[in-house]
Design a binder for this molecule. Structure first.
Ligand code: NI
Length: 164
């Protein structure tokens, strides 16, 4: 199975708002490849824009299983927040303390084409929120103060080839 190339910041696709998926068949192959890619890099979450596809699809790892979700929508967030150190495959080597709601409820389309209501807490809640952020062009770096953000932007711009 083919492994996909992970786009790193500041690749412009990471900032684009992804399009909704109309039917699961159109992204079946993409989902398989994304799961495989996530397994190969030993990650816990991957969103389609990170592999160059601007569609509302993300995959997450839970134990030894990989699940894909589409067109997610957060419908409820807890007032209680929790701070977690987050990393991102599109920002190799960057770790940022991020404060997020501790629990979330979301609606999403599953690989079986069913619309489900999911509840997540702990690491699951962090991963869901992080991946959903990707689908709307929101990135880990946005959680940093502006001065740090601008430094990382230029560092990445000059160190990596800027692919579109
Ligand atoms: Ni990420």
């Amino acid at each position: 199975m083919e492994k996909l190339e992970i786009k790193t910041y500041p690749n412009r696709i990471l900032r684009k708002k992804a399009e909704k998926v109309n039917n699961v068949e159109e992204v079946e192959e993409l989902i398989d490849k994304m799961k495989n890619t996530l397994e190969e890099v030993n990650g816990i979450g991957l969103a389609a824009p990170q592999v160059g596809v601007s569609k509302q699809v993300f995959v997450v790892k839970d134990g030894h299983h990989y699940y894909a979700f589409m067109n997610p929508e957060i419908v409820e967030k807890s007032e209680e927040t929790t701070k977690t150190q987050e990393g991102c495959l599109s920002f190799p080597g960057l770790w940022v303390d991020v404060d997020r709601p501790k629990k979330v409820k979301l609606k999403a389309l599953t690989e079986d084409g069913e619309r489900m209501l999911l509840e997540a807490d702990g690491v699951g809640a962090v991963v869901f929120q992080h991946e959903i952020d990707h689908l709307f062009g929101n990135l880990l770096i946005d959680k940093l103060p502006f001065s740090k953000k601008i430094k990382i932007y230029f560092k990445n711009l000059f160190n990596e080839k800027r692919a579109d």
